[in-house]
Design a protein around this ligand. Structure first.
Ligand code: ADP
Ligand code: MG
Length: 267
């Protein structure tokens, strides 16, 4: 028996959501999952983005036949649909739209999901975009929400709508992630985004062309290019979520500088 299977602890459920599609939810879910696993955490990513299913592609683990759908129709067990990914992150493909899950045998669904929650520390849900029934199902399943926003007006206004709905559903909003930041004049800044959404910005992820290159290899960015700017931002996000702090080399240098300055002053 794996050690995670013997643990009977309820997981944190974190949904990665956004207003509109294409903001980077799946890219972030996949890489955040790997980064959290690298920190030694048990993580299961529930791939709920059925229409744009590419989580498995990013993680290089496509072609899994059994999904949550088969569990609910009684064809297999929940353990059969937990697939091992890179660095020990696990993925459960939903296989069907979340909104149709409620048509499944509710007892089976409850049993499958609650079992899933005893098998991991963190359940990350890669949500579909928007505020359709399917997205709402993913949002309402979450205790904690991360909103992925791009630094432009339309992404921000859609994120605002999602935030309002998530709050109405009683979810705790962990904060926003500003993704694909290029620091151009036309961009809305992280401070402005935080002020408008009235939530903290917990990560700023730069535009990073290595994301595309990594996806060609079928490797997640944080493994293929661990020192790439977006990788560093995602690893920092993972530590923020865990409430841990990693000291980056640049930060370490500035801490050292302050320390040295302080020592010199005392002379
Ligand atoms: P979503 O799941 O929100 O629809 P994806 O994660 O599929 O969005 O990302 C949409 C596209 O944007 C993908 O082609 C992805 O490679 C690209 N992308 C996401 N984040 C970044 C980034 N920080 N830098 C460059 N490209 C990115
Ligand atoms: Mg997606």
């Amino acid at each position: 028996m794996n050690n995670y299977m013997s643990r009977k602890k309820m997981a944190r459920i974190i949904t990665v959501a956004s207003g509109k599609g294409g903001t980077g939810k799946t890219t972030i879910s996949a890489n955040l999952g790997v980064a959290l696993a690298q920190f030694g955490r048990d993580v299961i990513i529930l791939d709920a983005d059925i229409e744009m299913a590419n989580l498995e592609l990013i993680l290089g683990m496509e072609g899994r036949e059994l999904t949550l759908h088969e569990v609910l129709s009684g064809k297999c067990d929940i353990h059969d649909v937990i697939y091992q990914g890179p660095s020990g992150v696990k993925v459960v493909p939903a296989g069907i739209k979340l909104e149709t899950l409620k048509d499944a045998d509710p007892e089976r669904l409850t049993q499958a999901l609650s079992e899933l929650l005893t098998l991991t520390e963190i359940l990350l849900i890669d949500a579909p975009a928007g505020l359709g029934k399917d997205a709402l199902a993913a949002i309402s399943a979450a205790e904690e929400i991360i909103l992925v926003v791009n630094p432009d007006v339309s992404s921000l206004s859609d994120a605002l709508k999602t935030k309002v709905v998530a709050q109405k559903l009683g979810c705790k909003i962990l904060g926003a992630i500003v993704n694909r930041v290029e620091n151009t004049q036309a961009e809305i800044t992280a401070e402005e985004i935080s002020a408008i959404l009235e939530i903290p910005v917990i990560a700023v992820i730069p535009e990073d062309r290595n994301i595309k290159i990594a996806s060609i290899y079928g490797d997640p960015l944080v493994l293929k290019f661990p020192n790439s700017p977006a990788s560093i931002a995602i690893k920092r996000l993972a530590s923020t979520i865990l409430g841990e702090r990693i000291v980056e080399p640049a930060e370490r240098a500035s801490i050292l500088k302050k320390l040295v300055k302080g020592l010199l002053r005392r002379k």
